[in-house]
Design a binder for this molecule. Structure first.
Ligand SMILES: [Zn+2]
Length: 202
């Protein structure tokens, strides 16, 4: 980033919060570039001991298999994002139940360094046979651990997430708690918390 997105002036370096950051020189603007952040949401959907996988149709990783998922839009609740990705990529209707894992990664990409949070949800299968658009996705189906072992190009991160979901089948992860807490509901907020079995204590 070289120019202020608010007022288009060339950015300069400013010492802020203990480090140099790109900042707008105009004090009446005050823009500071804190970096490039993104959130991904991914879905482990199990049906009869088989996990839903999709095969990527585009690079990076064309031909590889992974759990459905994608970027969360900046104005989109993460629960809706993960259910949308499952529907868009595999034509499967599933309902998000809880968060079972996440990955934080710091990496480089087009546009400079970036930081990404990739949140893995467990979803309950509702309806639909896997199908795909033959463009972004060129394969989709439910596969057992044994079947995955015979497939080429199954993404390690997806295998890790599926393994986590299967081993933790009887446990409860971070649940959506909107409307169940003593805090007043706030627009745009979605709270997730550990389930402790006693609704009076929430
Ligand atoms: Zn500015």
């Amino acid at each position: 980033m070289r120019y202020c997105p608010n007022c288009s002036q060339p950015l300069t370096t400013k010492f802020d919060g203990g480090r140099d950051r790109l900042a707008c020189p105009d004090p009446s603007c005050g823009f500071i570039h804190f970096g490039n952040f993104s959130i991904g949401a991914a879905a482990v959907v199990m049906r009869e001991n088989r996990a839903l996988l999709i095969q990527r149709g585009q690079n990076p990783g064309r031909g590889s298999w992974q759990i459905p998922g994608g970027y969360v839009e900046h104005d989109e609740p993460i629960l809706e994002a993960v259910e949308r990705e499952v529907l868009e990529e595999a034509n499967v209707v599933a309902k998000a139940r809880d968060v079972i894992a996440f990955r934080h990664s710091i990496g480089g990409s087009i546009g400079g360094p970036s930081t990404n949070l990739y949140v893995v949800f467990r979803l309950d299968y509702i309806d639909g046979e896997p199908s795909y658009d033959n463009d972004e996705v060129i394969g989709a189906g439910f596969y057992s651990i044994d079947e995955m072992a015979q497939m080429e190009g199954v993404q390690g991160l997806s295998r890790w997430a599926i393994d986590k979901a299967m081993r933790a089948a009887g446990l409860k992860g971070l649940h959506p708690e909107n409307g169940q807490t003593s805090m007043p509901a706030r627009p745009g907020w979605q709270l997730f918390g550990l389930h402790h079995g006693d609704p009076d204590l929430i």
